[in-house]
Write a protein that binds this ligand. Structure first.
Ligand SMILES: Nc1ncnc2c1ncn2[C@@H]1O[C@H](COP(=O)(O)OP(=O)(O)O)[C@@H](O)[C@H]1O
Ligand SMILES: [Mg+2]
Length: 432
């Protein structure tokens, strides 16, 4: 609870129980502050409270609230501001002709959109606040802070409340340069106890793990950097017109991950690969997979490209049970696999290369009905700062499966390095 009292005015109370991050934000004495948080982490709310507090401290002076666009200003920032004042029972005047608010203690707040930095120039201010600051240009921010120079100000300050947007200028200014007078406060969406319970869950489902770190955890990430299948793009590779063609051979790509078991049905035309169907079987085994394939495509010839570890491994049963490979063969599938698993980086590279071949021409397309496959291509990520696939989200299986087929039939090998130096480790082998 912050109490606003001032001799001339009657005591004003603004009820506000801050979230932990909001408390850190309000308590910071840095001249330049950024509240960086996920969607719904209380950014706008905190920013409006901070603005009211600064306009109270700098009584009689003018401050400015910015948002990236007029739409964002009118939809989020301004309504939140007025709602807080209204709830506190504070009598304010808002003039919409020039978007200027006058508070009971005489301070003024200009509400402006940042899409035209030149229009932000003007007389001295005491403070500036920017909602969703990562979306405004660096130029707009610089013009705005150049105005905080009012000689009578008790506290000159500029603050940003924002969701991170990759490693942009905001990251450079506030995080990377570690400048004095700058402070960043991080906030997570799930810390906001005022949100409906399903909000965080719905958000988490809507974003891939990388974007979720940005939009829910408020972390600076490079959303494209961690993706395993960087060549995949929904607009290019996902098509509505892909259907099973009875005239073409059938390919089955399998990952024997037990629960759920993932497989893809593919067909090729010339050297172009089409993912025509996908099979995801919870708590299943290779027998059931074979039955499922047969029920979908009948008694056609099938070439299966399973995870090579299935040569000896058994998804179900005792030591007398046949191996996964044996089960596939007993259902009439021809099995093709390397003796050992290909290196993950070779498999991933082969898939990316197939997605984007020489000259950028796609060599693989996915039917829009194969939603798990699309998800897997889009959301399979590396652990931050590494080339280790992050298995946490469990989305990697079906593209693993497709990779066994692609790596077997369309391997990418680095060009041969010719060795003239006689018999060494590389002699006779591929030198790479
Ligand atoms: N300290 C708080 N007390 C009460 N409600 C809060 C508080 N902080 C945020 N909220 C509420 O949580 C919701 C999300 O806050 P908001 O500031 O709009 O999030 P953001 O701008 O980060 O997306 C809003 O309904 C807001 O009123
Ligand atoms: Mg907001």
């Amino acid at each position: 609870m912050r109490q606003v009292t001032r001799n001339k005015y009657k005591k004003v109370r603004i009820a506000y129980s801050y979230l932990p991050a909001q408390k850190r934000f309000h308590n910071s004495r840095a001249k330049f502050r950024a509240y960086v948080g996920g969607y719904g982490s209380g950014k706008t709310y905190a920013g409006c409270h901070e603005a009211i507090w600064l306009s109270y401290l700098n009584s009689g002076l003018t401050g400015m609230m910015l948002a990236p666009t007029m739409g964002m200003l009118e939809d989020a920032t301004l309504p939140t501001f007025l709602e807080i004042l209204g709830r506190a029972g504070l009598k304010y005047r808002y003039r919409s002709s020039d978007s200027k608010l006058t508070l009971p203690w005489g301070s003024k707040v200009l509400f402006r959109s940042a899409d035209n930095p030149a229009r932000l120039k003007g007389p001295n201010l005491a403070w500036v606040g920017v909602d969703e600051g990562a979306l405004v240009s660096k130029a707009a921010w610089e013009v705005a802070i150049s105005r905080i120079r009012h000689p009578d100000a008790k506290r000159l300050a500029a603050f940003i409340t924002t969701t991170p947007e990759g490693f942009n200028w905001l990251y450079e200014e506030f995080v990377a340069r570690k400048r004095r007078g700058y402070e960043v406060i991080y906030a997570r969406t799930d810390e906001n106890v005022h949100l409906p319970a399903e909000y965080v869950r719905d958000l988490a489902e809507a974003y891939d793990p990388m974007l979720a770190r940005q939009y829910l955890m408020g972390e600076f990430v490079n959303p494209a950097a961690g993706r395993v299948y960087q060549s995949f793009g929904r607009a290019l590779h996902v098509r509505d017109d892909i259907a099973f063609d009875p005239a073409l051979p059938v390919i089955l790509a399998v990952d024997f991950n037990v629960n759920p078991l993932h497989a893809a049905l593919l067909q090729t035309k010339a050297d172009t690969v089409f993912v025509v169907d996908e099979i995801v079987l919870p708590s299943s085994n290779t027998y059931e997979l074979c039955l499922e394939v047969r029920s979908r495509i009948g008694e056609r010839h099938v070439t299966a490209y399973p995870d090579p570890t299935g040569r000896a491994r058994k998804t179900a049963g005792t030591s007398e049970a046949p191996s996964d490979f044996a089960i596939l063969m007993s259902h009439g599938f021809e099995v093709r696999a390397r003796n050992g698993s290909p290196a993950i980086k070779d498999r991933v590279n082969a898939v990316n290369r197939k997605l984007s071949g020489p000259g950028g021409i796609a060599g693989l397309y996915v039917s829009s009905r194969c939603r798990e496959t699309v998800r897997s291509f889009e959301q399979t990520c590396y652990k931050p700062g590494s080339t280790v696939v992050d298995k946490y989200a469990g989305v990697e299986h079906i593209t693993d499966a497709i990779g066994y087929f692609i790596e077997y039939e369309y391997p990418v090998r680095p060009p041969m390095r010719v060795e003239y130096t006689g018999i060494g480790r590389d002699a006779g082998g591929r030198g790479y």
